[in-house]
Write a protein that binds this ligand. Structure first.
Ligand SMILES: Nc1ncnc2c1ncn2[C@@H]1O[C@H](COP(=O)(O)OP(=O)(O)OP(=O)(O)O)[C@@H](O)[C@H]1O
Ligand SMILES: Nc1ccn([C@@H]2O[C@H](COP(=O)(O)O)[C@@H](O)[C@H]2O)c(=O)n1
Ligand SMILES: [Mg+2]
Length: 204
């Protein structure tokens, strides 16, 4: 990871004022592809005063914006790969600053060790906790194949690659936070309403 580049870009983005100096609450929302992160974040936002930032949505918006990074991001998403952290962390930092809020659900991030270290280096906010949606792979696959939102990565070839990346790169990050006693694990294989009952108990 090119930490110099990240730090330079962060300084430019934050233009002199650091989020770390403010009282900001961050909850990382993790889980396999199709485990229901986006669905449950939308529910949380309706009941609690959080801003939902999905790293995947921010990357897809960056493609649509015609950014110079667009083609690289699109190629990586189509292949189920994790985009370099400096790109994603900058998008998150900008969205956090623009939101005007001080409570964030950061969905689908950190996706690997590099994401985690980059967030720490640039934004430097320890998550209050990590909400982990644990869901069987066959159920996630069923959900993704019928999601029907026109996502280029919701096809069986890319889905299988995303599962592999989740097992190899994302689970170790969840294990890292688990070792710090920060993981709230939710059984996400149930109907969405039941999952939200368990989620509400965490936030209430
Ligand atoms: N508990 C549930 N039971 C059945 N279907 C669900 C449940 N939760 C979400 N879904 C559906 O499954 C699909 C995937 O959900 P969602 O987009 O919330 O997952 P995600 O974890 O954000 O996935 P991704 O990592 O691909 O963005 C959606 O079509 C959603 O409506
Ligand atoms: N931290 C992240 C998050 C996402 N990506 C890329 O976006 C794809 C879709 O993400 P969802 O959370 O919407 O499923 C994902 O498969 C990655 O290609 C990323 O690079 N880094
Ligand atoms: Mg999602």
């Amino acid at each position: 990871m090119r930490m110099g580049t990240i730090a330079d870009a962060a300084n430019k983005e934050a233009s002199g004022s650091s989020l770390a100096n403010e009282k900001v609450t961050v909850v990382f929302v993790l889980g396999g592809p199709g485990s229901g992160k986006g669905t449950q974040c939308a529910n949380i936002v309706q009941h609690f005063r959080y801003t939902h930032l999905s790293a995947g949505d921010l990357l897809r918006e960056e493609i649509k914006s015609g950014s110079g990074n667009g083609t690289m991001i699109q190629t990586m998403i189509k292949d189920g790969k994790i985009v370099p952290s400096e790109v994603t962390v900058m998008l998150l930092l900008r969205a956090m600053r623009e939101s005007g809020n001080d409570k964030f659900l950061i969905d689908g991030f950190p996706r690997n060790e590099e994401n985690r270290v980059a967030f720490e280096a640039v934004i430097n906010i320890e998550p209050a906790f990590v909400l982990y949606f644990d869901c069987p792979e066959d159920e996630m696959e069923r959900r993704l194949l019928k999601r029907n939102q026109g996502r280029e990565d919701d096809n069986i070839v890319t889905i299988r690659k995303r599962f592999k990346v989740f097992m190899e790169s994302s689970l170790p990050v969840i294990e890292y936070y688990n070792s710090k006693g920060k993981v709230c694990k939710i059984d996400a294989g149930k109907p969405a309403e039941e999952v939200f009952e368990a989620v509400k108990a965490v936030f209430a």
